[in-house]
Every structure is written in C-alpha cells, then in structure tokens.
Design a protein around this ligand. Structure first.
Ligand SMILES: [Zn+2]
Length: 843
C-alpha cells in the first residue's frame, strides 16, 4: 500500500495547529507471521479548539478510534492512510487500535526469517514516512514528542529500542509464525522529545557484546548486536573502538553532552541503506559484518558509517530539520563530521582520500543528471520527494560545501556557531536560515552571497589551468544552466617528472585567477586544479597533462592528489571530455602501482563499471581481457593473501573469460581464498553470466551456502544466465508480488537480468521493465523500489532504450519517486551512449 504523501503545506498547517506531548505505543508481536497488533494512545494539544486534523497510519485494519472518550467509526475515519480527527479540544487523548503488517521491503517493521536456523528477526526503518506502518503517528519531523513503547514478544528475544531495555514480565504464549513461544512484555521508559522517524524497535534472538563509554553525561552503556548465525563474524572490538573515539571527539568538539541514555548498534538483514541514526538504537547493514576476507578500505568505510550515525545523535536527533527540504542540515553535517573524526582521531588519518574516490564521484554523478538540486532549499514538497534527495548532493557536495565554509570563515568561528546552534535548538528543530544566522553571529560575516552561490544554487563550476609559456591562470566556468559566482579556496599543484612538486593556494573570487607562484615546465608535467580536493568542481585537464597522466598518475606521492586525478578522469569520461581509453590506459599503467588501500580497491571496482558503460560491445571483450591481464600481473607480483592480491584476484574472478582458470578457482581458488564464500560466488556469477555453468551447478553452490547471502548470490547467478528462459524467469520473479521476494532479492534479480554478452537477449525486457516498475508501487515501498531502479536499471546502451525511457516519462500516472528514479538512473545510459558514439563511433 503506497499511502498518501504528506505535503509540506499540510505539515506546516498541522504543526501550527497541534503540539504533541506523548505517545504510548503497545505492540503485540506474538500473533503470527503476517501481522501484529498496534495500540497507540497520543496526548496532544490543539491551538484552535473545534478544529480538525488527521493522524497518519498504514494498517491492514483499524479496530477502534477513541478521541477524548468518544468512539469514532473506523470505517469512516480511516481512509488513504489517514485517520480523520474532527472537533479537537485544547487537551486531547486519542487511542487507536490497529492491525499492521510486517514488511518485506525494509520499511516500517521488517520481518526476516534466517534460512540457517529459522529464527525470526524484526527491525524498524522509519525515515522518511514509515513509522506510520508501525503505529498511529503525526509523522513529520517538527512534531516532536516523548514515546513510550510497550512490546510483547518471545521471552527469549532481545528487544531493543531508544531507551534502555527494561526487565520483561511473563505474558503467556503466542506464535511468531515459525513456532509457538513463551511471551514476555517489555515496558520501556519514555524517550526524550524526539521526532518519530528516529524512534526504533529491533526484536529477535539478536546476540552481541555490551560495553560502556565515559562521557560528560556519565557512563553510557554500549551494545553491538547481530543475528545469532552471524555472531562468529562480529568483530565487536573494532566497532566499539571507533564508537568510543567518536563519543570523545564529538563531545569535545561541540561541548554538548551525548543526549540519550545508551547507544546500541544493531547489524540488520535485508537493509536498504548503509545505516540509520535511530536515537540510541542505530541500525547498520549487516554487510558490515564480514564473513569473508575484508580489505582495509571496507573497514574504513564501516568506521565512517559508525561515526556518521553517531554524529547524527547531535545533528538530526537532538536538533532536527523542521522539514525535509533542510535534509542537508542532517546529512551534510554527519558526512563532514564523520570524516573529521576519522582524520583526527583514528588510524584513518587520510580519510579524505576515501571521500575523494568514493563519495565525491557519487555526488558528481548525481549532479550531472537532470534531477540535480541545490544542497539546501530543494523544494521537497512531499515526504516522498524528500526520500529522493538522500543522494550524493545532500551528502558529498554538502560536506564539501561545509569544508569551503570553514575555509571561508575559519574553523573557530564555525565550531562556535555550530555549538551555539546545537545548544539553542536542543530537543527541537532548526532551519537553514537559523543555522546560517548562528555561523554569521560567530564569524561576524554576512554569508548571504556565499550561501546563495554554494547552497542554494544547483550545479558546479569547471576549473581549468590555462598555460601560457611557463605562466598560468586558473579559469573558472560557471554552468550556463545554473550561473553563480562561487568563491573557492583551493590548491593548484604542478608535478613534473624531473622537479619537486609545486603547490599553491588560490582564493578564487572571479572567473580568472592568476597563479604567479607557479612555474609550468619540466618533463611530463601534470597540472592539477583542486589538488588537495578542498573544493567541489569539475576539472578539465590541459592537453599536456592528459597525455602525461596515464603513465605518471601512479608515481605521484600524495594519495589525495592521485584521488583527485582518478576522480577527474572518471567524471571527465562521463561528461564526454575524456576518451575512455585514456582512463583504461591509466588503469593499465598506474593502478598496479597504487599503494593506497581505498584508491586501489575503488579504482578496481570503478574500472569494471567503466568497462560495462563506456566501452562498446565489440571492443569490450578485448579490453576486458586486458583488464584481467593487468590484474593477473598484480596477483603474481604481490604476496599471496595480501589485500592487494585479494582485490586483484576478485577483478580476475569477475572479468576473466578463461573457463579453465575460472573452473579451477571454482574447486580450489588461489590458496589463500579457499573457503572465502564471497569470492566463490564471484566465480560462480561470472561463469553463469558467460553461459558456462549449468543450473545444477548453481544449485550445488546454493546448497553449500544456505545463508541469506547465498540465497541472493544464487538468484543473481540464475538471473545472469544468457538464455531466453533464464531472462524470462528473472523478469517473472522480479515483477510478481506472489513470488514474495525481499527488497534485496529484487535488486539481485534486476541486476542479473541485464547481464548478457548479447544485447538482443535482454532488449525485449526493457519496455516491460519500465512498465512493471510503476505497477510495483502497489506492493514495494518507495525506498526499496527506487533502489531496484538504481541498481537494476536496464543498462542496454542504445537509442531504443532512451526512447522507451522517454515514453515512460511521458506517462501521467508515475509516482514522484518512480519519475525521479527514471530520470536519475537513466542518465548514466544517456551518458554512456553519447560517449560511445563520440569516441568509438558506435554503440
Ligand atoms: Zn545520515
């Protein structure tokens, strides 16, 4: 059930009318596999007695509605995911009893059954508008309240919410749908005043590790939890270490004590995002519980996620944006601060390298698409619109804008302004204007022009160094579609093979900035604007630099400089200004020399994406073989079992077409990767996609790994098989509600569907896919469906695909979320088509 979308004006009206004191939410989770009962009592005030409003709820059925002692007829009051509340008093008590549905799409209260041991795990995911799937709620971030949860569930379960878990009391017997259980009831204390989207419930036989951290607010209990069958892989020490460093850092930096009673982190299955900042009860994707060999780059990314969510306890949970159009106040800050802690207080001192190679390309890509929006002040007319803005612009561009703001006003003024804002708005809400006023007060500067150019205007400048003899000028070009005069603080570097590096800092105010300190000469020199990656801009290389880059990139000593080079090559190919062969030349010559873990692994991943996107079908097999060959030289050179050898072996497992080699790896693998299940599945997936594996061989692999990961990898392999039968099966499974697949399974089916050595095989499914997605809104939530479109978009690079997308966009029955997803995720296909035609003259 999609549910009606709350609009911004409705939210404003409702916030002017009512204020909410407290929710008492009573949930019974022992009534079977499909539904649970939810009884909510809300106490709220109304500014205009006699007025009407509504409360949000998505339920299978509403049993009763009692407003101020008067029973309303649920059949009349409940419609379109709202319960109408007429004739309000000044003080109101509302009780609603409903039957709600467990979700399989990672939204609301998600239910998962572990195939390993048939245990049931539940977790909630509410952002943006899904707490209404668990209880009746005025679902908007500025109607904060206290929440008291009472939960009846199997007595042996762990039940985790915002407040510390109380002692349970016995509550008879019931069933989870898998088995009959002794039940118990947990009555949680009321939370501080928070928004409904950061309330939480995790329930199931979760297991974990407990600890505590000393803070200004006293000793705060810590917990780290995952499914029982994953516990052997949970490296809680590493997770707790990053968490404790974050606590110390945030408290010291802003002088505001941790606002909640405890801090649990639950690693959850079939999760749609990286993590979610529920107050004191964070959810994190369980792909961060590593069951296979893991690289340092992935551990760094997990630390980043941990610190990002912890930052949200202050930025988002303690002080919350008033409406979703200020989402950046949450996300840009959490993104920026997580990197600040990583670089300042952990072993990942060069975390901005990871930001440059992973996060910025995500934001640059989002900003190339027609769905680009400003960092702040995007309209977000409805809660569903807001969901679409959880993108690289709100995170990576926003974080970079904050770095520019700090370069502009100074770190001291920035910290002072932010601290004042946090103290002033604690347990309340803030807006862009209020935030800006706090920084202006602390810095004594008028930031109106700066904010307009950087935060309120879409698009980014292009930077290029124009060389005249040995002198240089930095040219800034503002995009024609979004003109603005963005001031930049940035570094420009010159790197010649036969001279020491020169780096100069430039303050860019106009379109042309002289760089008198630089002397542009030397052998094979590289000139790099934004060499320390401080600003947000496209880089256009001069011709001499582009010629020198593939061979010299790997020898540049500063990983941040190399990160900017890789990032600019990637962006340049997508923008159609760099020949993809230059990128692959750099991969062949400079990637094997790459020593930074994040760069080595991200360039490996990126090269596979670039190959599938920007290289035409007839050229690809040869370039694919070259890439596998480059990776083979790394495996041969590196010590067996080293992270670099492992990453290179994965590239081979995913790209090689050598059946003999792949089959030998199927049974044995490189010595150090024997027993590495994820690696095994890469080999299986590649063989399946090449048409070299039978269905019974896939079944054998599935039987050997009866976990949820094995199930998903099996679906991907089956959908990847290059036969008409396999593709028809994948499409059927993807688009049929009756097949009952989870959100993650849908993504794997869609990804596999488009894998094919022959376009003719998958072309017939493009149109039906674009037709099926709008219909799927009836049974897949907006967030989950957007991810299916994002990760499973028909990457069939030809004009007909574009025509079909345009025809789909011309329909008038698309939801805002589906329309946005089609616009945004079809854009890479358009980019790929244009680049292939430009550089190769063919699709
Ligand atoms: Zn976040």
């Amino acid at each position: 059930m999609p549910g009606t979308n709350l609009t911004r004006s409705e939210a404003r009206e409702r916030a002017a009318l009512i204020s909410v004191e407290r929710y008492d939410v009573d949930l019974h989770l022992g009534r079977g596999a499909s539904t649970f009962t939810s009884r909510t009592t809300v106490r709220f005030r109304c500014a205009q007695p006699g007025a009407s409003t509504f409360i949000d709820l998505i339920a299978d059925s509403v049993e009763s509605v009692t407003l101020n002692g008067v029973e309303l007829d649920p059949a009349r009051a409940y419609a379109d995911s709202r319960v109408a509340l007429p004739g309000l008093a000044t003080e109101n008590v509302l009780t609603i009893e409903a039957t709600c549905r467990y979700m399989r799409s990672g939204e609301g209260l998600h239910r998962f059954v572990d195939p390993v041991d048939s245990e049931v795990y539940l977790y909630s995911q509410f952002e943006v508008p899904d707490s209404r799937r668990m209880f009746a709620v005025f679902e908007q971030p500025d109607l904060k309240a206290e929440f008291s949860f009472t939960v009846t569930a199997p007595a042996r379960w762990e039940v985790i919410s915002v407040m510390p878990t109380p002692e349970p009391t016995p509550a008879g017997t019931g069933t989870t749908g898998e088995r009959t259980e002794e039940l118990a009831t947990w009555a949680f204390a009321p939370t501080p005043r928070i928004s409904s989207y950061v309330t939480a419930l995790h329930a199931g036989p979760y297991l974990g590790v407990r600890d505590s951290v000393s803070t200004r607010a006293g000793e705060i209990p810590l917990g780290v939890f995952c499914r029982a069958s994953l516990l052997e892989h949970l490296d809680a020490d590493n997770i707790l270490d990053a968490t404790k460093r974050g606590f110390a850092f945030f408290e010291n930096e802003f002088g505001v004590p941790y606002p909640f009673a405890k801090y649990d982190q639950v690693f959850a299955p079939e999760y749609n995002m990286g993590a979610m900042e529920n107050a004191g009860a964070v959810t994190i994707t369980e792909t961060y519980v590593f069951r296979a060999k893991v690289t340092e780059a992935i551990i760094e990314r997990r630390a980043l996620t941990i610190l990002h969510e912890l930052a949200h306890m202050w930025f988002g949970d303690l002080v919350t944006m008033r409406w979703w159009d200020d989402l950046w106040l949450n996300e840009s800050f959490a993104e920026y601060l997580a990197h600040r802690v990583l670089t300042g207080a952990t072993e990942f001192a060069d975390a901005w390298v990871d930001f440059g190679i992973l996060r910025k390309p995500w934001g640059y890509a989002a900003e190339r698409a027609p769905s680009a929006h400003p960092v702040a002040g995007a309209p977000a007319l409805t809660a569903e619109d807001a969901l679409s803005d959880f993108d690289g612009i709100s995170y990576a561009k926003g974080a970079t804008a904050i770095r520019q703001l700090i370069a502009y006003v100074g770190d001291e003024a920035f910290i002072a302004g932010v601290s004042a804002y946090l103290r002033d708005k604690a347990f309340g809400n803030g807006t862009f204007a209020e935030f800006l006023a706090a920084i202006e007060a602390a810095s004594g500067q008028d930031l109106g022009d700066w904010a307009r150019a950087w935060l309120l205007t879409t698009g980014r400048d292009t930077l290029r160094v124009e060389v005249d003899g040995v002198g240089a000028v930095l040219a800034r070009v503002s995009p024609a579609a979004y003109p603005a005069s963005r001031p930049h603080v940035l570094d420009v570097g010159v790197y010649a093979a036969d001279a020491p590096a020169q780096v100069t800092r430039a303050r860019v105010e106009g379109d042309r900035t002289a760089l008198p300190q630089l002397r542009i000469d030397g052998v094979n020199r590289i000139v790099l604007p934004n060499s320390s990656d401080l600003t947000w801009a496209s880089v256009d290389f001069d011709e001499a630099t582009l010629g020198a880059l593939p061979g010299r990139l790997g020898e540049l000593t500063d990983p941040l400089v190399r990160s900017v080079c890789w990032q600019a090559l990637d962006d340049g190919v997508a923008r159609g200004v760099v020949d993809p062969r230059i990128y692959f030349d750099a991969v062949a010559r400079s990637w094997p020399l790459e020593t930074h873990p994040a760069l080595f692994s991200n360039v490996a991943d990126d090269s596979l994406v670039m190959l599938s996107r920007f290289i035409p079908d007839e050229v690809r097999p040869a370039m694919r073989t070259d890439l596998a060959e480059t990776a083979r030289t790394v495996v041969e050179k590196e010590p067996a079992g080293s992270p670099r050898a492992t990453i290179a072996a994965r590239v081979i497992a995913r790209t090689s077409t050598d059946e003999g080699l792949l089959r030998s790896w199927l049974t044995e693998g490189p010595l150090w990767l024997r027993g590495d299940t994820d690696f095994h599945w890469m080999v299986v997936g590649n063989l399946a996609a090449l048409g070299l594996l039978s269905e019974s061989e896939v079944a054998t692999a599935e039987a050997a790994d009866p976990t949820v990961s094995g199930h998903l990898a099996g679906l991907l392999a089956r959908a990847s098989m290059p036969t008409p039968e396999a593709k028809a099966w994948a499409f059927e499974q993807l688009t049929s509600q009756a097949a009952g697949h989870s959100n993650h399974a849908l993504i794997e089916l869609a990804r596999g569907l488009w894998r094919s050595p022959r376009r003719a095989l998958v072309r017939p499914f493009v149109g039906p896919f674009l037709d099926a997605i709008p219909a799927m809104t009836a049974w897949v939530g907006s967030d989950a469906l957007t991810k299916v479109v994002r990760f499973g978009f028909p990457f069939v690079v030809e004009a007909q695909t574009i025509e079909l997308v345009d025809a789909a966009l011309a329909r008038d029955d698309l939801t805002a979320g589906v329309r946005r997803a089609f616009v945004e995720w079809s854009w890479p296909v358009r980019e790929a088509l244009a680049a292939r035609r430009r550089w190769f003259g063919t699709d």
